[in-house]
Design a protein around this ligand. Structure first.
Ligand code: HEM
Length: 306
């Protein structure tokens, strides 16, 4: 499957508007500062991870539909751009509320997008048939689907945990490489939506909810690095590393409010392989595929909106 074909299949299943991202269509961009913890100094030459750095953050609903319903279970995203003093992208983090990726290859993810977007408007029996067929083909999707079935939708972008899922390497001044995965942990803890309260909310409540919350003060997330031990796979995002691995707080994102130049950031790509010096990609094939798919999505949405 090529990147073009993956986007063709997402478009056929999810019918995004031509001007929108093919996934994570509705989102908003916020200003924040990264405040380092000092705990990874010496493990990486990345200055942006070890000194205070301005960032922008895009929160999103993962659906291909701009009109998606925030009250329903599903994917929520948090994407971060570390900026240089001149305001240029230095490093991106792109994370979602999965604990493990549903597949060890790009094909399995597109099969899942097709199965899940196809559920709307289908009878319960047809829907279950589609999911059953998916699980036979991709048994590794079971854990993620089980996790989603067991949780309600998040109550707020500010009370959701987002995981980067892929392995990366921290590289120090001597060239030593240490494998890690990143997580964005809400200081407020994880809070799901009460179904009774959901009935009183607007279908696109998440962005206004965060805007209102920020009018009372900043919202904070911890950037935490889970360190691999020998034998932990670096090429399989569907396989979580044991929870007792060391988790190091790299620093905190302090989010202050909506970005004034939102339109221009919305046009940009948040690319999980855009890494500053001191951090390197792993051999994960899903990670390798993503920038190509994001590039196709971006060129189609930008040509439709220009
Ligand atoms: C084969 C695997 C994947 C494919 C084909 C895929 C596809 C896409 C596409 C087409 C977009 C829209 C890009 C744009 O127009 O700028 C997107 C956005 C996004 N994806 Fe993925 N994705 C994959 C894996 C993942 C994984 C593993 C995560 C989380 C760890 C993730 C989280 C996100 C987020 C948060 C966004 C929104 C980025 C933003 O705010 O601009 N995706 N994805």
């Amino acid at each position: 499957m090529t990147a073009e074909q993956s986007i063709d299949r997402i478009e056929a299943a999810g019918e995004p508007r031509p001007q929108d991202r093919r996934l994570h269509a509705r989102g908003a961009v916020y200003d924040a500062t990264f405040v380092p913890s000092g705990q990874i100094t010496g493990m990486t030459t990345a200055a942006h991870l070890t000194t205070e750095t301005p960032v922008v953050i895009r929160f999103s609903n993962g659906s291909p539909k701009f009109s998606s319903d925030d009250r329903g279970k599903g994917i929520r995203g948090m994407s971060v751009k570390f900026l240089s003093a001149e305001g240029k992208s230095v490093h991106d983090l792109v994370a979602a509320n999965f604990r493990a990726f549903p597949s060890r290859d790009p094909e399995g993810f597109i099969d899942l997008v097709e199965a899940l977007t196809g559920l709307a408007g289908k009878s319960k029996l047809q829907g279950l048939g589609k999911l059953g067929a998916l699980l036979l083909k991709h048994p590794e999707s079971r854990a993620v689907l089980k996790q989603f079935a067991s949780r309600n939708a998040p109550a707020s972008f500010a009370t959701t945990r987002y995981d980067g899922l892929h392995a990366f390497y921290l590289v120090d001044a001597e060239g030593n490489r240490r494998a890690f995965r990143y997580r964005l942990l809400p200081q407020l803890g994880e809070i799901d939506l009460d179904p009774k309260r959901a009935a009183t909310l607007d279908r696109s409540f998440l962005i206004p909810e965060l805007d209102e919350r920020l009018s009372f003060g900043p919202v904070t997330f911890t950037l935490a690095f889970q360190l691999a031990e020998p034998g932990d796979p670096t090429n399989d995002p569907s396989s979580a590393w044991p929870e007792h691995r060391t988790l190091l707080p790299a620093g905190q994102f302090v989010i202050t409010g909506r970005n004034a130049d939102e339109e221009s950031w919305q046009r940009q790509v948040f690319d999980p392989t855009r890494l500053g010096p001191g951090v390197e990609v792993s051999d994960d094939p899903v990670l390798g595929f993503r920038p190509h798919a994001y590039g196709v999505s971006a060129s189609r949405r930008l040509s439709a909106s220009s």
